[in-house]
Design a protein around this ligand. Structure first.
Ligand SMILES: [Zn+2]
Length: 251
């Protein structure tokens, strides 16, 4: 293979790796924000669940007070019923007693409903708290992974800078100029594999003569359409380059 072409392939590999590392590093603040949003949502969920439970307790407290008021009236009416003189008075008091009893029954039903609701709300608080704890744990692990990856990527970028400088020093200046110009224009991807007569990045079919020349990997040729520098990966040669690889079972 043309030595410069080989260097360009290596250079592209370094550039693409560096690009991916830089993009991941640049996305870290956004990633952290997403983690914080998750934590905030889980915390809010707990607060909401607790608020609902507290509202339920307050409602129950108010209902219990109402029951007490009606019970107070009821005992007063019962005392009065002992002292009535006329039939008419007796019926009037009985009417009040029945009314108070009905009210008490209604409110007690309401209290029972709140109590059942309270069981569900207590479970909801526990579930929200468990979810918050799980989120906190996941987020700590995630942050630890980000920190580790951050260190690895910075080390990789340093290594790439050194390797890149060495490659560039050996490259023909004009060839490097072409690579850099295409790279700037094509989002950092200046190299494209030609396979089956097609540029694998822009998918345009190459002229047969061009593809035949690319297959020899002995010159710097650009795709007519996307201008990327073309290279060819011969399948048997790839297998020969890795003699240690055990033969793959036919599938
Ligand atoms: Zn192309």
């Amino acid at each position: 293979m043309n030595a410069d072409l080989e260097r360009l392939i290596a250079l592209q590999k370094l550039d693409s790796t560096a690009d991916a590392a830089r993009r991941t590093l640049a996305a870290e603040p956004e990633h952290e924000q997403a983690l914080e949003a998750r934590l905030e949502a889980a915390t809010q969920h707990v607060a909401d669940a607790k608020e609902k439970l507290a509202a339920n307790k307050n409602a129950r407290g108010a209902l219990e007070k109402d029951v007490a008021v009606h019970q107070g009236r009821l005992s007063k009416f019962r005392e009065q019923a002992m002292a009535v003189k006329t039939n008419q008075e007796y019926h009037a008091i009985q009417h009040e007693i029945t009314f108070a009893q009905t009210e008490i029954k209604k409110i007690e039903d309401s209290i029972l409903e709140r109590m059942m609701e309270s069981d569900d709300l207590t479970l909801a608080v526990k579930a929200a708290e468990a979810q918050l704890a799980a989120e906190q744990k996941a987020i700590v692990a995630d942050r630890r992974a980000v920190t580790a990856a951050h260190g690895e990527m910075e080390a990789a970028l340093e290594r790439i800078t050194v390797e890149r400088a060495a490659l560039i020093a050996e490259l023909d200046k004009q060839v490097l100029g072409t690579f850099e110009a295409v790279s700037r224009k094509r989002n950092g991807v200046a190299m494209s594999e030609a396979r089956g007569g097609v540029c694998t990045i822009c998918h345009v079919r190459l002229r047969p003569q061009v593809f035949n020349t690319v297959r020899r990997n002995d010159s710097i040729l650009q795709c007519d359409h996307c201008n990327r520098i073309l290279y060819f990966v011969p399948a048997p040669a790839a297998a020969a380059a890795a003699p240690d690889a055990s033969p793959q079972p036919a599938s």
